[in-house]
Design a binder for this molecule. Structure first.
Ligand code: FES
Length: 122
């Protein structure tokens, strides 16, 4: 157990990420609205580099309130996803969980910010 220095907070813009290596493991560190999140760069599906995928807001279907009919798609205003580049599994960047099955999850790591420096605890 220990901590890995990732970088200074000002090196991260909104939705920036860094992939860091620890031995033969890679960890993706994400900055979303000033908060930091970290996950093993290892997709639950088939081990793809999930943390290197696109970062997009969750796509949601718009359902009419009374008719209950579909009215197209929109981007979520709150949920941000990482999309694994191999086959498209999506994970919520704030908890690492797949939106369709909360038991499917990227392995998370605790992130600390101390004096403007970002550390991941392993
Ligand atoms: S390995 Fe990530 S979606 Fe298949």
């Amino acid at each position: 157990m220990g901590e890995i220095y990732v970088g200074r907070t000002e090196e991260f813009g909104e939705r920036d990420r860094k992939i860091i290596a620890q031995g033969n493991m890679e960890i993706g560190v994400f900055c979303i609205e000033g908060e930091f999140f970290a996950y093993e760069n290892n997709c639950v599906h088939q081990g793809g580099p999930a943390c290197q995928g696109k970062i997009i807001n969750k796509v949601e279907e718009v359902i009419h309130e009374t008719e209950k009919t579909a009215h197209g798609l929109k981007f979520s205003e709150t949920d941000v996803h990482i999309v694994c580049p191999w086959h498209g599994y999506e994970y919520n960047v704030r908890d690492g969980r797949h939106p369709g099955n909360k038991n499917i999850r990227l392995r998370p790591f605790k992130v600390d910010v101390k004096d403007g420096e970002v550390y991941v605890h392993i």
